[in-house]
Design a binder for this molecule. Structure first.
Ligand code: PMP
Length: 414
């Protein structure tokens, strides 16, 4: 086929260069191009399709809703779609986990949730400083960008560096426990760190290279925040919605953040983001933080439908079973190339295969594409292959994707 880049260079970047194809259909974890080629999808819409493409339950609910002339858009008006989502979210997700949060609808994107979270923390504490971490990714609008660690996305001219200190994430300094650094800085008035309004973190940094914070580190950070009355914001935009193996990624560590950002897969492909706020710190006045597309009722319908997965007591075990399959294959790949010092890390259904070199990772991505697998790089130099299959992927499709990945790595190293 003609290279689509020739026609669309002006308006499609990044992915078009990686994947020279035009895609037009997708079901579950298979995405198809206009030439009829099928690809196993390990991109998962950057984590927005945890329940697969065209999830049958979400689609059925959406079709019923549209055919019944349901409300499409409502801003803050109360609608049945909004009430049903909220009722189900409380009953299926919050109550069984003994979590007491208010839900704020923040708009279509994850970045919208991050912006709302940091504004709220600043307003409520009347402090403006925020601590974020190396390799963090929180979005690209100016407030969220300031929290994003990777300098590739920054420019001094954006004026976005104010009031944020980046500290080393867990594992960044090999065996040194970096929570001790935060502790020291908070307790030492000469450290130059103003008392922060919030500490924001991803429990597993997705874009940053699948860096998994240990439960112990997370508990230390949470207890420091509590001790110093600093809000802990967990950005669960990529690793929430079951990606880590539990609905919220912070459940593994048994911590309860003050504010949680949720987006991507919450709407199962429909754009939606929410912020969960401990009721005691909900300092918003009505209408104080707003935006038109907070009321996308189609997203509420889709989101309501996929919450049903969490009513199935075996769902977490199903994710864990698939997780084991991924781990075993990544372990085999690393052992087969022991002289290259490849390594892997992850949890649940987010895994990173660290190729240690961006060129090797990029060659593997291209090889995989040729064999029928879509996968992308992450990390500061795109050296990590991010394995992000749908939580609901059929085992045979998962195995086929991993087989292609192995063959693509072999060919890149050969
Ligand atoms: N936070 C995290 C952890 C993310 O992974 C992303 C998106 N990759 C964002 C925030 C920003 O979300 P969005 O692109 O929907 O604005």
């Amino acid at each position: 086929m003609q290279d689509p880049l020739v026609q669309i260079e002006s308006n499609v970047r990044g992915y078009a260069r990686l994947f020279p194809a035009v895609f037009n259909k997708a079901v579950g974890s298979i995405i198809t191009d206009t030439e009829g080629n099928d690809f196993v999808d390990f991109l998962c819409g950057a984590g927005s399709l945890n329940y697969g493409h065209n999830n049958q339950h979400a689609n059925a609910a959406l079709l019923r809703y549209i055919q019944a002339n349901g409300i499409q858009h409502s801003l803050d008006t109360v609608t049945t779609a909004k009430v049903e989502f909220l009722e189900a979210f409380e009953r299926i997700i919050l109550k069984p986990r003994a979590l007491d949060y208010r839900v704020q609808f923040t708009g279509p994107t994850g970045t919208n949730a991050v912006e709302a979270a940091i504004k709220l923390a600043r307003k409520q504490t009347q402090r403006s400083h925020i601590v974020a971490f190396t390799n963090a990714y929180h979005g690209h609008s100016l407030g969220a960008l300031a929290l994003t660690g990777n300098q590739f996305f920054h420019s001094q001219f954006y004026g976005s560096h104010n009031n944020v200190t980046h500290l080393p994430f867990d594992g960044y300094m090999d065996d040194y426990d970096t929570s001790l650094l935060l502790e020291k800085m908070l307790n030492d008035s000469s450290s130059g760190l103003p008392k922060p309004a919030a500490v924001i973190l991803e429990t597993i940094q997705g874009e940053g290279g699948v860096n998994v914070a240990s439960d112990t580190w997370l508990r230390r950070i949470a207890s420091l925040c509590k001790e110093h009355e600093i809000h802990l914001i967990v950005d669960d935009i990529q690793v929430g919605n079951g990606r880590s193996g539990k609905f919220f990624s912070f459940e593994h560590a048994g911590i309860t953040p003050d504010i949680v950002c949720v987006s991507k897969s919450i709407g199962s492909g429909m754009p939606m983001s929410i912020v969960l706020i401990r009721p005691e710190i909900d300092a918003w006045k009505p209408g104080e933080h707003t935006g038109t597309f907070r009321g996308n009722n189609l997203a509420f319908v889709s989101a309501r439908a996929v919450l049903e997965y969490w009513n199935d007591p075996s769902f977490e075990q199903q994710i864990e079973d698939r997780s084991q399959i991924v781990q075993q294959k990544l372990q085999a790949i690393c052992l087969n190339h022991i002289d290259q010092s490849l390594s892997f890390r992850g949890r649940g259904m987010i895994w990173g295969l660290d190729m240690r070199c961006g060129d090797l990772a990029s060659q593997t991505i291209q090889n995989a594409f040729k064999e029928g697998l879509l996968i992308e790089g992450a990390g500061a130099s795109d050296q990590v292959l991010k394995v992000l299959p749908a939580l609901t992927i059929e085992t045979s499709v998962l195995q086929e994707g991993l087989r292609i990945l192995e063959s693509a790595v072999d060919a890149a190293i050969a």
